[in-house]
Design a protein around this ligand. Sequence first.
Ligand SMILES: [Zn+2]
Length: 420
Amino acid sequence: MPNTLTWANTLTSLFLAALAMATLTRLWLAQRQLRHVRAHRGAVPPLFAEAIPLEAHQKAADYTVAKACLGMVEIALDAIVILALTLGGGIELLSRSWAQVFAPGSLAHGAALLFSLVLVQALISLPLSAYRIFGIEQRFGFNRMTLRLFLSDLTKQALLVVVLGLPLILAVLWLMQHMGGLWWLCVWLTLTAFTIVLQLIFPALILPLFNKFTPLAEGELSRRVVALLQRCGFKVRGLYVMDGSKRSSHGNAFFAGFGATKRIVLFDTLVSRLEPPEVEAVLAHELGHYKLHHIAKMIALNAAMTLGGLWILGQLIDKPWFYSGLGVATPSTAAALVLFMLVVPQFTFFLHPLASHFSRKHEFEADAYAVGNADATKLVQALVKLYRDNASTLTPDPLHSAFYDSHPPAATRIARLRTA
Ligand SMILES: [Zn+2]
């Protein structure tokens, strides 16, 4: 019979192996992306030669390289932080410090531990996200954010984390401590309900905290959109233009909410840069995602993964080796939760290609839907404009792309649309 110490040592080794493998793979993929994009910097791929000037192609390459370099720093920092918090004793230290203030194992102690960890991670990633916006995005001419707006966003986000997160955390910790062997099911039901409520209140209560929404003005675009919605048998609560240009010049379109709160949101940057038939084609693609239940499928898949994860945690939570193997000497429900959230992604990292594959499949399906309900050539034109204006690379490393990309590579996608 293996004893606790053996189990703990096995877990430590497994965790270290997974962390090392995931980190090295991430660095290796980033390195491949850098090399591939640099190697193809000199010439625009033939498919785009007419529409995209060499200068824009080179800007996209430099932008991709700059982001990948920052990404590598983030990967390394991530690994260091995870090690410091777990085996390095960070969680244990925080847990003991809070035990001076709150009764160890109490709800207040658990919530304090969780919140202080969120705070530590946020503080560590803050300089990098500031550099991303004011360094990289600024240098490539995408940033519209002022320091004042950055700080006001940060404050609002922090308040939201407290207002929405604190009741949730308290509920989860309480259920974990009082629901016996089936706590994982109760927590799952709570999290699922919370996600659904969040989706419902998001467009009406949360988004307006950060952006202004104005109803889409009467004109060719609104006529086209209304006709498209009718053609596709789609009812929405409203058509809005969002002032995305307040933060960035990247363009986008999305749906928010579902059921009675469902609305369509177009970034002002998209409306100003694309012709009405092009916006219509992009919107037809987004409608495709909705009509083909991609969003519902992703939510269901996430819920299933969460259920599986919580069940596993349910098996581990009363095993002393689960804590000692990951650097925590004083077990608590909050510590179990934190460990799980830090450690599991190291193991599930290798599922990334599968998730990306399904996402790309959905993109192709939404494109096919768009072709059936709008003009395919307009969608191609719109995508090429978006690739150009967003400085998206046209020459990603194939392996990097297969691993991470939620969207098919530009060339594959356009080629398929042209033959549609
Ligand atoms: Zn899509």
